[in-house]
Design a protein. Structure first.
Length: 280
C-alpha cells in the first residue's frame, strides 16, 4: 500500500517537473524577447542573455519614429479582420446547412471540406501567384485574404458542423411551427448558441493570420502593402547586418495584439475547443 502511494507521489513529482520544464521552454523566449528589447545595442552585443544594466526605450522610440511598423500593423489588422469575418460567416452557415439540411450529396460535400485539410499550402503558391497576377490583385489586401479564408474553411466548417450536430432537431422544428424562417432560426437561435465555437475559430485564426509569412512573402512586394510578419525583414541591413535592438522591439510590438487576444478570449477558447463541439 505504502509502495503504491510512493509511486503515485513520484509520478506526480515527475509530471510536475515535465510541466514546469515545458512552461519554461514556452515562456522563456517571450520573456527574453521583452528583456532584449529594452537593452542598449552595446549590451546586446556583449551580454545578450544577461539582465539589462541600463534599461532603455531607445529601441522602441527608433522603431515607432521610423513609421513603418504602424503601416505594417494596420495592413495586418485589415487582413486579419476581413479574413475572420469571411471565415466565421462562411463556415458558420456552411456548417449549419451540412448539419441540419440533409441532401443526397451532403456527405460528399462534407468530405470535400475535410479533404481540404490535407492539401499543403506550399503546392498552391505558384498557381495562386499566376492566377492573382492575371487578375491584377497582387500587392493587395485581397491577395492575402482569399487564401487565408480558403485554407481556414475546412477545419472551421468541421468545428461548426460538430457543434450544430448537438443542437436538438426538436428545437428547430418548434421554431418552424412558430413561423420562423430558416434565416431567422439561424440568426436568432442557432448562431448565438455557437458563441464558444465562433470565439474559438476567431481567436485561433486571428493568431495564425497575424503571424502569416508564406502568403505575404509570395504575394506582396510593395512596402505599402507589407504585413507585420514580412515587414520585420526590413531590419536586416546590407550584407546581412541586423539592428537587433530595433528588431526585438519591433517583434515585441507585433506580438502584443495576438497575445492580448488570446488572454482575453482564453476562457471561451478552452471551452470551445472540446465542444467545437458541444452546446454553448
Amino acid at each position: 500500500m505504502e509502495e503504491n502511494e510512493m509511486k503515485k507521489k513520484v509520478g506526480k513529482v515527475l509530471f510536475g517537473v515535465v510541466i514546469v520544464g515545458f512552461l519554461i521552454l514556452q515562456i522563456y523566449p517571450v520573456i527574453w524577447l521583452f528583456i532584449a528589447s529594452i537593452k542598449p545595442t552595446v549590451e546586446l552585443a556583449s551580454t545578450p542573455f544577461a539582465l539589462p544594466k541600463n534599461p532603455t526605450l531607445e529601441n522602441f522610440t527608433r522603431v515607432i519614429s521610423d513609421g513603418k511598423i504602424g503601416i505594417y500593423m494596420w495592413n495586418s489588422v485589415k487582413v486579419t479582420f476581413l479574413s475572420l469575418v469571411l471565415i466565421v460567416a462562411l463556415s458558420a452557415t456552411a456548417g449549419f446547412a451540412l448539419a441540419k439540411f440533409r441532401f443526397a450529396v451532403t456527405n460528399k460535400i462534407y468530405a470535400f471540406f475535410t479533404f481540404g485539410i490535407m492539401i499543403p499550402v506550399q503546392i498552391t503558391l505558384i498557381p495562386l501567384f499566376i492566377f492573382y497576377s492575371r487578375l491584377g490583385i497582387l500587392n493587395t489586401t485581397f491577395s492575402l485574404v482569399l487564401p487565408q479564408v480558403g485554407f481556414a474553411l475546412p477545419l472551421s466548417v468541421m468545428l461548426f458542423y460538430s457543434f450544430y450536430s448537438f443542437i436538438p432537431n426538436e428545437l428547430l422544428e418548434a421554431a418552424i411551427m412558430d413561423g420562423c424562417s430558416t434565416y431567422r432560426i439561424f440568426g436568432t437561435i442557432v448562431f448565438p448558441l455557437a458563441r464558444n465555437t465562433v470565439i474559438t475559430v476567431a481567436s485561433m485564426y486571428s493568431i495564425l493570420i497575424w503571424n502569416d509569412f508564406i502568403f505575404a512573402n509570395t504575394f506582396i512586394s510593395d512596402n505599402k502593402a507589407k504585413t507585420v510578419a514580412m515587414g520585420l525583414k526590413d531590419y536586416v541591413g546590407a550584407f546581412g547586418n541586423v539592428d537587433w535592438g530595433s528588431t526585438f522591439a519591433a517583434i515585441a510590438i507585433s506580438i502584443l495584439p495576438p497575445m492580448l487576444v488570446y488572454f482575453a478570449l482564453n476562457k471561451w477558447v478552452t471551452e470551445g475547443m472540446p465542444a467545437g463541439a458541444t452546446k454553448g
